[in-house]
Design a protein around this ligand. Structure first.
Ligand code: TYD
Length: 407
């Protein structure tokens, strides 16, 4: 039996999504035969309350030199990271004469560029060489590596300790949280802060947004589990700030234990999570039932449209869509293609379901009857720019928080 990655308690999955490919493993026809699959099954640790997937593929299968994910492809995300940087500058760096900030998993430098532009000492750590190259090109100092205590020591020797360590949509990717926590402990100044944000379990449960569960997201965090996971390493949760990004995220602020007083927001969140039942198996049994209903409802809509001969196209070949497509059994018979603005995904096929991914122009030039909104986390941004599709009679299929068709 698998043990909890945080506290070694034996784990039982509360459901399985079945065999899944690598969520960002967009592939060519020639690669279909050798495609890798693993069992995607999440579990709640009875002791430390960490929700995690039982099996996770080897990191080298997920993060490599052709990783097709570029954060800057979303205008709203770029704005979000600008505000994030400004908040840190104001709250955490204003007292420091020569601050030094580090970002774990800096992707294409979308957050750190806000520090680089101001001449602030910074360092990005990014395991995927292609996105790290994009960051360096922007003038964001980046090393291609995985973060751990060894790397932390090296950084301290070369640059000194950090005033702030940040991570966005990265911590939930890292199975060995202990090694990161130890590295953070070494790299962070005594009065420094460690700030990270990730999709929030409370939102996932409330909205049945099960598509947040895929290979890269080894953990689905909440305040209870984050607090339990980091306190053994001398890091205390001192603030929590909800975010609208990724369909509902949480920003966690941690500091060396005893260095600062926790804000009331922390206890308020932990209490709300206990009320929501994020620490209880019954909640996840209900979540499983909700996922099954979502799958039935979405397939019913797609089968109906297929029978009626309607053209359905997917919008946004997100990592999340891999879970939806494979769990629901969506095929190219249901969806003609998925439109996506990321050049690295275009001309390829989606993992497992093998639905073609095409450039945005293919959507724009010949509108389909229906667009299935896989990139639902960017709904506001997408609706703003797709007025013409709706005006032409096009309809949207949504599946979060429930399956429905809208104009
Ligand atoms: P993202 O939101 O990062 O989701 P995930 O973490 O699940 O991969 O990915 C959004 C994807 O949608 C990305 O491939 C770019 C694409 N996209 C579009 O094609 N058009 C758009 O207008 C937006 C906002 C995103």
């Amino acid at each position: 039996m698998t043990a909890c990655r945080i506290c070694q308690t034996p784990l039982e999955p509360f459901m399985t999504f079945g065999k899944m490919p690598i969520a960002n493993g967009f592939l060519s026809k020639e690669e279909f035969a050798g495609e890798y699959f693993f069992e995607l099954a999440p579990a709640l640790c009875a002791k430390c309350k960490m929700v995690q997937i039982i099996e996770q593929p080897d990191p080298d299968r997920m993060f490599h030199d052709h990783y097709p994910f570029f954060t800057s492809s979303s205008h709203y995300m770029t704005l979000h990271f600008k505000k994030f940087a400004e908040q840190i500058l104001q709250d955490n760096l204003s007292q420091s004469a020569d601050p030094f900030v580090v970002e774990l998993g800096c992707n294409d430098g979308v957050l750190l560029q806000n520090f680089a532009n101001r001449g602030i000492r910074h360092l990005g750590i990014e395991p995927s060489a292609n996105v790290a190259a994009a960051a360096n090109k922007k003038g964001v100092r980046t090393v291609t590596d995985f973060f751990n205590e060894g790397l932390a020591k090296k950084i301290v020797a070369e640059d000194g300790q950090a005033d702030a360590i940040m991570a966005a949509n990265v911590m939930c990717h890292i199975p060995d949280l202990a090694s990161v926590a130890q590295g953070v402990g070494r790299l962070l100044k005594n009065d420094g802060v460690f700030i990270f944000e990730d999709p929030y379990l409370g939102d996932i449960v409330e909205k049945t947004s099960y598509d947040q569960i895929y290979d890269e997201h080894v953990f689905l965090f909440c305040g209870l589990s984050v607090s339990n996971a980091f306190s053994p390493y001398g890091l205390q949760l001192i603030d929590v700030i909800p975010q609208v990004t990724h369909g509902g995220s949480m920003r966690y602020v941690l500091a060396p234990t005893g260095s600062r007083q926790a804000k009331p927001s922390v206890e308020l969140l932990l209490e709300r999570e206990r009320q929501q039942g994020l620490d209880r198996p019954e909640t996840f049994k209900k979540f499983r039932e909700n996922c099954e209903k979502s799958r039935r409802d979405l397939l019913a809509v797609l089968n109906d449209l297929r029978q009626k001969g309607k053209r359905v196209v997917g919008y946004g070949a997100t990592s999340k869509s891999t879970t939806v497509i494979n769990y629901c059994g969506i095929t190219p018979e249901h969806i003609e293609f998925i439109s996506d603005t990321t050049p690295d995904k275009q001309g390829k096929f989606t993992p497992g379901g093998h639905i073609p991914v095409k450039p945005y122009a293919d959507f724009k030039n010949t509108y389909p009857d229906y667009a299935l909104l896989f990139a639902w986390n960017h709904q506001v941004e997408i609706m703003e720019k797709e007025g013409e599709f709706s005006a032409s009679g096009g309809k949207w299929i949504n599946f979060v928080p429930k399956v429905e068709i809208s104009k």
